[in-house]
Design a protein around this ligand. Structure first.
Ligand code: SF4
Length: 285
């Protein structure tokens, strides 16, 4: 049975859902992250990208407000002017990120932070990003009706997994995990890594709530585009198999690099190259 809130028990032996995604990107990222002080989300980003990442992430958390306007207003249609809400939401996001993401942005240069915020506000208001928002978007409607729990952590000793989904929506008869992605949106459907991540959250929720999770949402927030992912058997199996592999790597196995490993932006590139050279020398003896 899962624990829904983080408990006091030892979690060091559990595999994090974020490590499953990292493994699919490059198994060595799991190896180095497990042995370093670097946070996995800092590993592949420079400061500018890190700021943009959290700003977009916050747009995702404000999705229904951006799509549908603010329900607290009184005018004829029951909602305050959407344009006014959007401007207010953007201002609130840029004002609050250094408080919400203190860990990630604590050491970022203040001037760089301000410049990145201004560029972001301009990008959102002058590109066609806002044109894509729809008041009848399914995710926005669900959030308006049922709300969501932000960054809900679920632990399962039985699965050996722990994960924190960006949003959990609970309707009368569904538990729906949602993740916000700030990277590229696929031409159709959902990236394999994202499907696997949702399947892992689905299994955690099933263990915690004794239910069956049928679907999840991915917000590809840069596009912006929301995609539904049906939780399939293959994705569940992939998540469980990857969890076993992650465990072996965390226990010391040095893995092969990933087929599409992002070596050019990787913070571990230098040590990874050194380790590879040492290994090849040893093998040639
Ligand atoms: S340098 Fe490349 S192979 Fe090594 S950990 Fe980073 S992404 Fe993986």
């Amino acid at each position: 049975m899962s624990e829904i809130m983080p408990g006091t028990q030892d979690r060091s032996t559990l595999v994090k859902v974020s490590e499953l995604s990292q493994y699919l990107l490059c198994p060595r990222l799991v190896y180095y992250t497990a042995r370093s002080m670097e946070r996995p989300d800092r590993v592949q980003m420079n400061e500018r990208s890190a700021i943009e990442h959290v700003l977009f992430k916050e747009l995702g958390f404000n999705w229904q407000r951006l799509c549908m306007g603010d329900p607290e207003g009184e005018p004829q249609n029951g909602y305050r002017e959407t344009g006014e809400t959007i401007a207010q939401t953007l201002a609130e996001i840029t004002d609050s990120i250094e408080w919400i993401y203190r860990d990630e942005l604590g050491s970022v240069n203040e001037d760089l932070l301000e410049r990145a915020k201004t560029a972001f506000a301009e990008l959102i208001s002058t590109s066609d990003w806002l044109e894509q928002l729809r008041p009848d978007d399914e995710l926005a409607l669900l959030e308006r009706s049922f709300g969501f729990e932000r960054e809900r952590t679920v632990i399962s000793q039985r699965l050996g997994l722990v994960g924190s989904m960006d949003k959990l929506i609970r309707t009368e008869d569904e538990h729906i995990p949602c993740i916000i992605k700030t990277g590229r949106c696929p031409a159709y459907s959902v990236w394999k890594r994202d499907r696997m991540q949702l399947a892992a959250y689905a299994m955690l929720l099933e263990d915690a709530y004794n239910t069956t999770v049928q679907r999840g949402f991915v917000e590809y927030i840069r596009a912006p585009e929301v995609r539904t992912s049906v939780i399939k058997k293959g994705d569940r199996a992939l998540a469980l198999q990857t969890a076993k592999r992650v465990k072996r790597v965390k226990n010391g196995l040095f893995p092969e690099k990933g087929e599409h490993a992002p070596c050019e932006q990787c913070a571990f590139a230098a040590q990874c190259e050194t380790k590879r050279t040492l290994l090849s020398r040893l093998l040639m003896r």
